[in-house]
Design a protein around this ligand. Structure first.
Ligand code: AMP
Length: 188
């Protein structure tokens, strides 16, 4: 199964991803984590990405796409994977679709975790990570609404979108996600 986790920053994608990979036994592909590792290791990609990440903007498509193409081509991804934080733009979504189509596969489900902006701002201001200061939080939300949110319509049209209410206890939200995944046969 190939699953995408979609949702605004602060929606709990990372938390849910940890639970999901344990239950579904697939690799966790987080572009945020890949990029943070690249920044720490001072790689060429890391140097390019840092300025965007620290200001709350999306890293250019070609940089992120390169990371994802390499990662999903590895053997452990053949049975499936959980993409967390990718795609985040129309270009990335189309790239992913055509890459998978070339290989005779497709995304099975896109889980969209929905949380209102007011709640997100509260959550993010408590998280205390370097990329979480107020101006950066606002920029990240703005970039989400402008560039990432339109992907819900894109995946709705393809019949793979599953909306999940992201307000509540993490275990409740996890149950909601599993219920949705059962409807697409992506979970036992
Ligand atoms: P995340 O941990 O998923 O919230 O990502 C942290 C930061 O990494 C984001 O604010 C972006 O700057 C960058 N990033 C992660 N995934 C992507 C992506 N698919 N496209 C562009 N930038 C990304």
């Amino acid at each position: 199964m190939r699953i995408v986790l979609l949702g605004p920053p602060g929606a709990g994608k990372g938390t849910q991803a940890e639970r999901l990979i344990e239950r579904l036994r697939v690799p966790h592909l987080s572009t945020g984590e890949m990029l943070r590792a690249a920044v720490q290791n001072l790689t060429e990609i890391g140097k390019q990405a840092e300025i965007y990440m620290s200001s709350g903007r999306l890293v250019p498509d070609e940089v992120v796409e390169r990371l994802v193409i390499e990662r999903i081509s590895e053997p452990d991804c053949r049975p499936g994977y959980l993409l967390d934080g990718f795609p985040r733009s129309a270009h990335q979504a189309r790239m992913l679709d055509s890459l998978l189509a070339e290989r005779g596969s497709a995304i099975d489900a896109v889980v969209n975790i929905e949380v209102p902006d007011e709640e997100l701002k509260q959550r993010l201001s408590y998280r205390g990570r370097a990329d979480d200061d107020a101006a950066v939080v606002c920029k990240r939300l703005e970039q989400y609404h402008e560039l990432t949110e339109p992907l819900t319509a894109y995946y709705q049209q393809r019949g793979v979108l599953r909306n999940v209410d992201g307000v509540g206890a993490p275990e409740e939200i996890f149950d909601r996600i599993m219920d949705e995944l059962r409807t697409v046969g992506a979970a036992g």
